[in-house]
Design a protein around this ligand. Structure first.
Ligand code: NCC
Length: 277
């Protein structure tokens, strides 16, 4: 992998990656009636083929003072993460959100007010939790990192019309395998960040993907998130997640201008449907 050119790498990813969500057909979920609980339409078919451009907005503090809001909102689809708000930050991050990737802490920890906050309404939700690498679904169901299953079931029952998926742990670990395959060192056996999960998901669903402030621009700072006063360089470089390795891979796939990366923290990636192998 590390010796592959960009095109070869893209083809490898295209053939290897399959977006998988819990479809309720495997145990223990099949026994719990999940086949009827999950959305009828698969996540991979959610957007029409007319979806051209997708923006992925990282939550990094460095996006402050970027004035990227309008450019971000001009995309067909805008992806944000966890509890990242737009209110009060529109000029820098935009105000449209089409899809939100949330880790299981958002569902399980009452401080995020998942049931009531407007952050999680009127858009597509995609949740995930770090299951064991072995992908033993029963073991995971009994002991997730944070209980996402109970709030998921409740939410599906109350809002059956909202597309809300749980990523299959197989998909998460496929992504980890990709990051490890691309690194000469052994990376930590922890799942990729929501950012990396979202970027690769968008490469499957969109024709072109623009990622903002995931690879740091010249505004790089230790401010963890644009929406809170908390400083920690691990937010950008990683501690638990293999962030540094994820970012090296994404940088290898970038075909945007060097100037856009430097000024906007913008990376341009092709959708897999446009990659000829
Ligand atoms: O911080 P978090 O991520 O919500 O950020 C979303 C994604 O943006 C990218 N990012 C963020 C900050 C930064 N300085 N540089 C960046 O590149 C990353 O790709 C990141 O994934 C997560 O991945 O789910 C994470 O979630 C938080 C936290 O759980 C949620 O924000 C909810 O509070 C994790 N922090 C803790 O658990 C304390 C974080 O490690 C990863």
């Amino acid at each position: 992998w590390t010796k592959m050119g960009r095109q070869e790498l893209l083809c490898r990813l295209k053939s290897q990656l399959q977006v998988l969500t819990l479809d309720g057909r495997e145990l223990p979920f099949s026994q719990l009636g999940w086949e009827k609980l999950v959305p009828g339409q698969p996540l991979s078919q959610l957007f029409e083929s007319k979806v051209q451009t997708c923006a992925v907005v990282s939550s990094a503090g460095a996006i402050l003072n970027s004035s990227l809001g309008k450019e971000i909102d001009d995309h067909d689809v805008v992806l944000r993460f966890n509890a990242a708000p737009t209110k009060g930050y529109e000029n820098d991050v935009g105000n449209r959100t089409t899809i939100r990737i949330i880790n299981s802490q958002i569902l399980a920890n009452p401080s995020f007010r998942f049931q009531t906050s407007s952050l999680y309404k009127g858009l597509v939700l995609v949740a995930w939790d770090p299951a064991p690498y072995s992908v033993d679904l029963l073991k995971w169901y009994r002991k997730p990192d944070y209980d996402l299953f109970t709030p998921y079931v409740r939410h599906r029952k109350h809002h059956p019309g909202q597309p809300f998926y749980i990523l299959h742990p197989k998909f998460i670990w496929q992504l980890w395998d990709v990051i490890q395959g691309n690194s000469l060192e052994d990376i930590q056996p922890n799942p990729p960040s929501s950012g990396f999960i979202g970027i690769l998901l968008m490469m499957v669903l969109c024709r072109e993907v623009h990622v903002y402030e995931y690879i740091p621009s010249r505004r790089q700072s230790y401010l963890c998130h644009y929406y809170e006063q908390y400083y920690d360089e691990a937010c950008t470089l990683g501690a638990y997640h293999p962030l540094l390795f994820e970012k090296m891979l994404v940088q290898r796939l970038n075909f945007g201008l060097e100037r856009d990366l430097d000024r906007k923290g913008k990376v341009t990636l092709p959708g897999f449907s446009t990659v000829d192998c």
